[in-house]
Design a protein around this ligand. Structure first.
Ligand code: ZN
Length: 488
């Protein structure tokens, strides 16, 4: 038997359809863009299939044909021309690679373009049409995605990050590749069962009840006919028909078992609604508690101004509150402001200048801050890490504003790791208060240095209440828009 021909592709972003931002090709190039064969050795969140497949290709007898891999930081709706260009580029690379036995796709699953509410469904369907019914198609998704019928129908295997924070993105790619190789060899016949939980909720796995739920899912995998179990959390900032949580169970040709398990787990998840979010404080409450803490650093997450959810990340609301209280020995990462960064770079390290920054993209982010700032550190093309992944921040600066160190950046990114501070010349362990823009991805790294972690919610930047978001494309009954969507 000859070597198998395996094509890889990755086009990924998360589209917040409520965001004042728009996404085009430049955003993909700014965040991550690897032409065929040029994917780095390190994985990105959605392209971990590349390094994992490379590592296992010889053992599996695979010849890899790598297509383009690209990722844009979550933002607004994708420009239609950009989506068509990225889609057709990948499909062209696939056609040129024919014949192929296997296609592996690293997708996010919440991309929306101007004319398409299900970009990934459209892509997987087109891939299936090109490779035919006999090739095996395997896909990884982020759980903050929308699971459409089109995706389930055209893919053979789907694995989804189980953890939020997504600390298991490499593991998810490994699981997919193991299952795909077994399916291709005819050792398993994967059948996908899904269950629509009919709910929109935030489901962090760093706390109960989700922690135990996910641990149980992992224990079920590999028992009997159960090959894989995943939870799609859904992405509440995407106004699409398939919005909401779903459970995916993949069995070895055991439809009845899979359907029953998906329903049982899905209803269990539904029963957790309203109990999965951390306690959210107001910024004032969070700062009061941080100031009263005996030991530092207290980490405060600005949960809704999280660029990882597609908002601009230039809100000044918590910073203004800190300045009003004359808080000292504190640091904040990050405020997205390319114009202010440019000005600080022109001024140079050590310069003291009048600077207006933040609060530019919408009224929801508060007013810009006008302050006398000291440019403490200039870091061209700065980065932070997320597991083994390297995340760009673009040209960045650390400025001192009264007693607060503020990082301004040019490539939008949520905070993943404490090195976001260290790379800009701040020792986070020595601060009393650290403010990070992130909903939960910061949690793993910061829990190692934090005396306490607080979640501060500022209404406005992010459509965080599904009941009042005003979805126009949602037609299913779904909680919390409906109290009893399953009609029980
Ligand atoms: Zn996610």
């Amino acid at each position: 038997m000859g070597r198998k021909r395996v094509f890889l592709g990755s086009v990924a972003t998360e589209s917040n359809t409520f965001s004042p931002l728009r996404t085009d090709l430049r955003d993909f190039r700014d965040s991550f863009f690897a032409p065929p064969g040029l994917h780095p050795a390190t994985p990105t969140l959605c392209s971990a299939i590349y390094p994992v497949a490379r590592a296992r290709a010889d053992d599996l007898g695979w010849t890899l044909i790598e297509g383009t891999a690209t990722w844009a930081e979550p933002g607004g709706i994708v420009n239609q021309h950009t989506w068509e260009l990225l889609r057709d580029q990948l499909l062209g690379e696939l056609r040129a690679a024919l014949p192929v036995d296997i296609v592996l796709l690293g997708l996010h699953g919440a991309m929306v373009s101007q004319d398409c509410l299900d970009c990934e469904g459209e892509l997987i369907e087109a891939v299936r049409a090109i490779v035919g019914p006999d090739a095996t198609i395997g896909v990884t998704f982020d759980p903050h995605s929308h699971l459409s019928e089109k995706r389930v129908k055209n893919a053979d295997l789907i694995t989804v990050f189980k953890e939020f924070p997504h600390t298991d993105f490499v593991k998810t790619a490994e699981n997919l590749i193991t299952l795909v190789s077994r399916a291709d060899a005819g050792r398993i016949t994967p059948v996908i069962s899904t269950f629509d939980c009919r709910m929109i909720e935030l489901l962090p796995t760093s706390r109960e009840p989700m922690r135990s739920f996910i641990d149980r899912l992992k224990a079920i995998e590999g028992t009997g006919d159960i090959l894989s179990v995943s939870v799609v959390h859904g992405f509440m900032a995407g106004d699409v028909p398939d919005l909401g949580a779903r459970v995916i169970v993949i069995t070895d040709n055991a439809r009845g078992t899979g359907d029953a398990l998906a329903k049982r787990l899905g209803m269990e998840l539904f029963s957790m609604r309203g109990r999965t979010r951390p306690d959210f404080l107001t910024p004032g409450e969070a700062l009061d508690r941080a100031l009263a803490a005996r030991a530092g650093p207290v980490v405060i997450a600005d949960v809704w101004d999280n660029p990882g959810g597609g908002v601009p990340g230039d809100s000044t609301i918590i910073l203004r509150e800190m300045l009003a209280r004359n808080i000292e020995n504190a640091a904040l990462a990050t405020i997205w402001d390319p114009v202010a960064v440019r000005t600080c770079m022109s001024a140079g390290e050590g310069a003291r200048l009048r600077l207006r920054f933040g609060g530019k993209m919408s009224p929801d982010g508060g007013e810009p801050v006008d302050a006398t700032a000291t440019v403490r550190r200039i870091a061209p093309a700065a980065v932070q890490s997320f597991g083994s992944s390297v995340v760009p921040l673009g040209d960045s600066v650390q400025i001192g504003v009264d007693g607060i160190d503020v990082i301004l950046n040019t490539v939008r990114s949520q905070v993943f790791n404490t090195d976001v501070f260290r790379n800009l010349g701040i020792d986070p362990a020595n601060k009393d208060i650290l403010v990070v823009k992130s909903t939960n991805h910061f949690h793993d790294a910061f829990s190692r240095i934090a005396s306490e972690i607080l979640y501060a919610a500022v209404d406005g930047p992010y459509p965080n209440n599904p009941a009042t978001n005003g979805y126009r494309n949602l037609s299913r009954k779904i909680w919390p828009l409906e109290n009893n969507p399953h009609g029980l």
